[in-house]
Design a protein around this ligand. Structure first.
Ligand SMILES: Cc1cc2nc3c(=O)[nH]c(=O)nc-3n(C[C@H](O)[C@H](O)[C@H](O)COP(=O)(O)OP(=O)(O)OC[C@H]3O[C@@H](n4cnc5c(N)ncnc54)[C@H](O)[C@@H]3O)c2cc1C
Length: 491
């Protein structure tokens, strides 16, 4: 069986079934937990991931060639990942690393076909098709970006992107880095950057933390979250990083790259308070406004969604993680952003439910009850977190008409506003047809939120529908060869 070249601990699987019991897409916390649990309970499992390494976003780690002596130094809760990795190595799971899944389709006999390409970096692209009786989607999330003047200058990176550069490449995006946006990820990013030697003059958070206090039950029942916040908070204190709440970076200055940012106080709707702008010198800005569930494989397969408190869409799931499409389960950030521990819990819960369905026997009733309790407790906190950091409508006042909104197609805010005010566009799709915003390489992942908000004219924005026939770019030759797409072991 094909295994990741960088993770030799994944064993060769001697026999590959024609159709797996379970295909898992995503080898992050949720997918790993689901795959090893299902395998240990007796299912044949294929685990596919774009990355050559397991661990997903949270447990990104340096490639072995970088020779990191203690990759765990950049993580907390590394032991949970080592445990999953050890169990994967000892399991019969077929780990298909470097597989970019572009579509999942239910066949006439009720099984699922998972279509992937390997080597999708432009070289040696090879189509692969996996068949399975059940499907678990654990594709995580991506960062939400809100535009502002200067956000396309070199030196502006995503907050999660800065973390990824550090965790997987052991590099920093600059020496003096302002961290900005909204959400608890900012604290984790700032404390990692500071611990790695960057000077972080400020963490700029657009929301306040008072909204958490309105939900004391969710706080009290999730003491681990408070401990995590304290850990990052003390890291920031140690490195003398200032936390500026209810503020935003409203402009980036520089000619060829970032030289400074303007930080402005915000009102409760995220509108800049006039006269409060302060300039902070820096050579990089790490910025992100929360995370967006990556659900297009599921929505294209027809799965229902639910609107999350921060205005994004997550998958609508039943009590055992099954989507509205029978036989298709989901876990982790696809159902709403809630962290690595919640993702692991949901992955295991889904695996037990799938095993029960396929083998027709209970897969640990008391363990399932315990997992459900844990999941519900952590989901309640995730909803509070999501509501606390929901962008206020006033962020649109940061934009000038010449601010690029869609960076792929270079469509500025003026053109989007014109499409809305003068040409009658009322949603992101119409704006796209009129201006090309969202039509570029990233397919609206960067600008989708911004365009939807601008189209809503200050009202409640409809989250962009995540229905795309292709979750990743695929060549026409791959589609043409579809009928011949081989099983990964057929050579
Ligand atoms: C950029 C970023 C940085 C983050 N940094 C932190 C942090 O520093 N601290 C923190 O507490 N939380 C962080 N988070 C949140 C944290 O990653 C999640 O809480 C946790 O990883 C959720 O686990 P998951 O399994 O749901 O998703 P992930 O860990 O994101 O795993 C999803 C996996 O699916 C794979 N995948 C996605 N689409 C496809 C496809 N089409 N084909 C094949 N494979 C696919 C991805 O390669 C990935 O390995 C970050 C999130 C993001 C998006």
């Amino acid at each position: 069986m094909t295994a990741s070249p960088s993770e030799p601990e994944t064993p060769e699987t001697p026999e590959t079934p024609e159709t797996y019991d379970l295909a898992v897409v995503g080898a992050g916390s949720a997918g790993l937990s689901g795959a090893v649990t299902a395998s240990e309970l007796g299912l044949s499992v294929a685990l596919l991931d774009t990355s050559t390494q397991t661990g997903g976003q949270f447990y990104r780690h340096p490639a072995p060639a970088l020779g990191a002596v203690r990759p765990e130094a950049l993580h907390h809760d590394w032991s949970a990942f080592s445990d999953l990795r050890r169990r994967l190595a000892g399991s019969g799971v077929a780990h298909l690393a470097g597989h970019h899944v572009w579509s999942t389709v239910r066949e006439g006999d009720g099984t699922w076909s998972v279509h992937a390409v390997t080597g999708a970096d432009g070289t040696e692209e090879r189509p692969v098709r996996i068949r399975a009786r059940a499907l678990l989607l654990a594709t995580g999330a991506y960062e939400r970006q809100l535009p502002f003047p200067g956000w396309t200058l070199p030196g502006v990176v995503g907050a999660g992107g800065a973390q990824a550069m550090l965790k997987s490449g052991l590099v920093l995006p600059g020496r003096r880095i302002v961290v900005a946006g909204s959400g608890p990820l900012l604290l984790a990013v700032a404390s990692s950057l500071a611990a790695a030697g960057a000077r972080v003059p400020a963490v700029v958070e657009a929301a306040g933390y008072l909204r958490y206090a309105r939900s004391p039950r969710a706080l009290v029942t999730n003491p681990g979250k408070a401990a995590e916040a304290l850990l990052h908070g003390s890291g920031l204190l140690r490195h003398r990083v200032r936390l500026r709440l209810r503020s935003a970076v409203t402009e980036v200055h520089g000619t060829d790259r970032v030289e400074a940012v303007t930080v402005t106080r915000l009102d409760a709707d995220w509108r800049p308070v006039p006269g409060t702008g302060r300039r902070i010198a820096c050579d990089a800005l790490a910025v992100g406004h929360g995370l967006v569930p990556q659900i297009e494989l599921a929505t294209t397969a027809g799965c229902a969604t639910r609107r999350l408190p921060d205005g994004t869409l997550g998958l609508a799931l039943d009590d055992l993680q099954e989507t509205s499409e029978p036989g298709l389960w989901a876990a982790g950030e696809t159902g709403g952003v809630g962290g690595a521990e919640l993702a692991r819990t949901e992955g295991e819960l889904a695996a037990r439910a799938i095993t029960a369905r396929i083998l027709g026997r209970r897969a640990g009733a008391s363990r399932i009850a315990e997992l459900r309790r844990r999941r519900d407790r952590m989901r309640a906190f995730a909803d509070v977190m999501s509501a606390a950091h929901a962008p206020g409508p006033g962020w649109q006042d940061w934009l000038t008409d010449d601010t690029d909104v869609c960076r792929c197609e270079e469509v500025d805010a003026g053109r989007v506003r014109e499409a809305v005010a003068e040409l009658g566009a009322r949603d992101a799709r119409t704006v796209k047809l009129l201006t090309r915003a969202g039509m570029g390489w990233c397919q609206g992942r960067m600008c989708g939120t911004a365009v939807a908000c601008l189209a809503a004219r200050g009202g409640t924005a409809e989250p962009p529908a995540e229905r795309r026939p292709f979750a990743v770019p695929v060549r026409l030759s791959t589609l043409a060869a579809l009928d011949e797409a081989p099983h990964p072991d057929a050579s």
